[in-house]
Design a binder for this molecule. Structure first.
Ligand code: NDP
Length: 332
């Protein structure tokens, strides 16, 4: 079985030599564990943070140890009650072909209900992030004008659609290519979208939302956040979800220069961590599952084939190669 190890801590942009694909023996499951053949594993932006040796809300990856993260696979041997060979499970030991998973860290999933990969995306952690961040953190209400950055990604593409489905007056998205902009407007039903590489975000946002915005869902930080603060209306709210524009920075970057606007406009900017919101899981699956079945909510995945391409998929995610959720598939 092959698995990806972090072998040196990246400084700035990660490079291929920071990682090694290593061959390890496949164990028989110990008491209370199951052996899972992974079929899909997730690469996520937060993993960049785990490559640094700093204290955060998730511990750093250890050097010369397998990296981990969300994965779905098939049970091929079981030494745990309640799990049988052939079951499909969601678990946290991705970045490898075979996972030796403690049963209490595995959740059964049904491939008949939804394609297995969706448990890593639209019906999984990024989906719940979108749902909780928009409805809880940003206190979205009908009639709000919503702006989301990183809008063609896993979280962002869902945020915009959830806002539309719940009666937003206007949904605006930004993304890094013309193709993605087209996808947002033509396929996902955004009212307006722009390519942030085309010119100042502040100007493009003003043009796309002449009457301002009530909610900003931040996946990007930096210039996007400053522009959103400028465009937010009185009593506007921002869910601060991610700052991917800064994850590879080697020096702290200056914050938005227009923070004083927060006072006059009585803005609320609040962080969101998906881990706080698993209490919403049932409601989320029910509601989003319904919209998926009815076709009102669409999702896209970018699938990269083969464990050996895992690191390349991760680097591609940071570069913006993906539309929708970036997933490594190991189906042979
Ligand atoms: P995405 O699917 O959105 O993939 C990342 C995207 O970021 C890329 O496709 C790229 O798209 C965009 N990007 C990369 N660099 C930049 C840049 N400099 N400026 C603007 N956009 C950039 O990933 P996710 O949906 O999984 O995650 C989105 C955000 O949400 C991330 O910031 C992530 O850390 C955060 N997150 C937070 C969680 C929480 O609990 N707080 C949970 C899950 C995710 P493009 O081509 O448009 O540039």
């Amino acid at each position: 079985s092959r698995e990806w190890h972090l072998v040196s801590r990246p400084h700035g942009w990660p490079v291929a030599s920071d990682f090694a694909l290593r061959e390890v023996p496949v164990p028989q499951p110990a008491e209370g564990r199951i052996l899972v053949r992974n079929l899909h594993f997730s690469v996520d932006p937060y993993m960049r943070g785990r490559m640094n040796d700093v204290k955060s809300y998730v511990p750093p990856f250890k050097l010369d140890h397998p990296m981990d993260g969300g994965a779905v696979g098939e049970v091929v041997a079981s030494n745990a009650e309640g799990f049988a060979v052939g079951d499909h499970v969601l678990h946290g030991l991705g970045w490898r072909e075979y996972a030796h998973v403690p049963a209490q860290h595995a959740t059964k999933v049904d491939p008949e209900l939804a394609p297995l990969s969706t448990y890593l995306g639209v019906l999984g952690m990024p989906g719940l992030t979108a749902y909780a961040g928009l409805f809880e953190t940003a206190s979205f209400k009908e009639g709000d004008a919503v702006f989301v950055s990183g809008a063609a990604g896993a979280v962002g593409s869902q945020v915009g659609q959830l806002a539309r489905l719940k009666g937003a007056s206007r949904v605006i998205g930004s993304a890094g290519s013309d193709e993605k902009v087209k996808f947002l407007v033509e396929e996902l039903g955004f009212d307006a979208a722009f390519n942030y590489k085309d010119g100042p975000v502040k100007d493009q946002l003003r043009e796309a939302a002449p009457d301002g915005i009530d909610v900003y869902f931040d996946n990007v930080g930096g210039e996007h956040l400053e522009a959103a603060i400028s465009s937010l209306n009185v009593h506007g709210r921002a869910a601060i979800c991610g700052m991917i524009a800064q994850y590879n920075d080697t020096e702290p970057v200056p914050g938005p220069r227009n923070m004083a606007l927060i006072i006059g406009k009585r803005l609320r900017l609040q962080g969101v961590l998906v881990g706080d919101h698993y209490g919403l899981q049932d409601r989320f699956v029910q509601e989003v599952g319904g919209w998926l079945r009815s076709g009102e909510l669409k999702y896209r995945e970018t699938l990269v084939e083969g464990v050996e391409n895992g690191v390349e998929a991760f680097l591609g995610l940071l570069r913006g190669d993906n539309t929708g959720k970036m997933i490594v598939t190991l189906t042979r």
